[in-house]
Design a protein around this ligand. Structure first.
Ligand SMILES: Cc1cc2nc3c(=O)[nH]c(=O)nc-3n(C[C@H](O)[C@H](O)[C@H](O)COP(=O)(O)OP(=O)(O)OC[C@H]3O[C@@H](n4cnc5c(N)ncnc54)[C@H](O)[C@@H]3O)c2cc1C
Length: 308
């Protein structure tokens, strides 16, 4: 039997960050991952994610600022860039609440004209709508961040068990017992960071999590090296009337995908999904993402190079 202070179940970026934080406090941590770390079945793999300070709620702005300080601390320890500041561009929609939240937290932002922005980012095609540019926004190097957090946690004593699927968890007054194949882990505390798999796992502990996993599609487009683009969140398009995806969605987003080009997605348009099934990109989502990308960028090649 393996014994630990804390067991972390699921090693996507949240499990890796949790393991790093706990191990940094001197706790003895065991983390269990059902696949190999960096696998493509969860949410944390790949080139990049948007990092932004722009939210419509001051609490999230504050959290994002605090997170940026912590990311910088991690970067300093490893001399690696995990967050790259491209700037973030929000295309309204109504951005009144976003502006208020930024002002409440003392975060500087600009409200440039489309012409001003095009001078900085010639590839952008901008509509005649409200624009908000914030210079601290950018991308997290997703796969690199996951690996870095884990490496740092392992240096602090984390024991990582890959290809180890947790099947049962039982609790008693003194802690938890975890069964994962032939492995049995006894820990004083448990953190479940199992992403889309969390609800059935927690249900066995009597914890009801009212969540429904969905399968979201993203498409990638080629960008010539050296072409600068900010991260973009287009709040108003495409509308539900402009596509036939499972859910209406909440706008479109795009971000640099280092080594690939531009990553484009339609926020919250995917249908309900079972994480046990591998799934495929939705061709209609790829088509809609390509149409949006062609309307917002001067792309040399408007056909996606890949999708996932
Ligand atoms: C298409 C898409 C685009 C996104 N874009 C952005 C963005 O631009 N900016 C942003 O901030 N966020 C973005 N996100 C969200 C972000 O990627 C996720 O919030 C984050 O990756 C979630 O990490 P996680 O560790 O909770 O989940 P996951 O990465 O899914 O990790 C959960 C892990 O638990 C493991 N697991 C599950 N059950 C068990 C078990 N029984 N035993 C052992 N292991 C188990 C799984 O295998 C998995 O590795 C995006 C998400 C998606 C899907």
């Amino acid at each position: 039997m393996t014994e630990a202070d804390v067991a972390v179940v699921g090693v996507g970026v949240l499990g890796a960050a949790t393991s790093f934080a706990l191990a940094s406090q001197g706790l003895d941590v065991v983390a269990l991952e059902q696949f190999g770390v960096g696998h493509t079945r969860g949410s944390s793999h790949g080139t990049s994610r948007i990092f932004r300070l722009v939210y419509d709620d001051a609490r999230f702005v504050r959290l994002a600022r605090e997170a940026l300080v912590l990311w910088r601390e991690v970067e300093e320890g490893v001399s690696e860039t995990l967050i790259e500041h491209t700037g973030s561009l929000d295309i309204g929609g109504d951005l009144t609440a976003h502006r208020a939240a930024l002002r409440a937290e003392g975060v500087e932002f600009e409200s440039p004209s489309a012409d001003e922005l095009r001078r900085r980012f010639p590839l952008l095609r901008l509509p005649d709508r409200e624009l908000l540019f914030q210079e601290d926004g950018g991308i997290v190097h997703a796969g690199r961040a996951l690996r870095t957090l884990l490496r740092l946690a392992q240096k602090r004593g984390l024991r990582l068990l890959e290809n180890t699927r947790v099947e049962t968890i039982t609790t008693d007054g003194a802690g938890v017992t975890i069964q994962a194949g032939p492995a049995v882990i006894r820990a004083g505390a448990l953190v479940v960071t199992a992403g889309a798999w969390a609800a059935p796992l927690l249900a066995r502990l009597g914890v009801e999590l009212a969540v429904q996993p969905t399968r979201e599609t993203v498409a990638y487009f080629r960008l010539d090296p050296g072409q600068r683009v900010p991260t973009v969140y287009d709040h108003a398009t495409p509308t539900a009337a402009e596509h036939s995806l499972p859910r209406g969605g909440r706008g479109a987003y795009a971000l640099p995908a280092p080594g690939v080009g531009l990553k484009v997605g339609l926020h919250q348009t995917g249908g309900p999904a079972d994480p046990e099934e591998e799934g495929r990109p939705d061709p209609e989502a790829v088509r809609t993402a390509a149409a949006w990308a062609a309307s917002r960028y001067e792309l040399a090649d408007p056909s996606p190079v890949s999708a996932e």
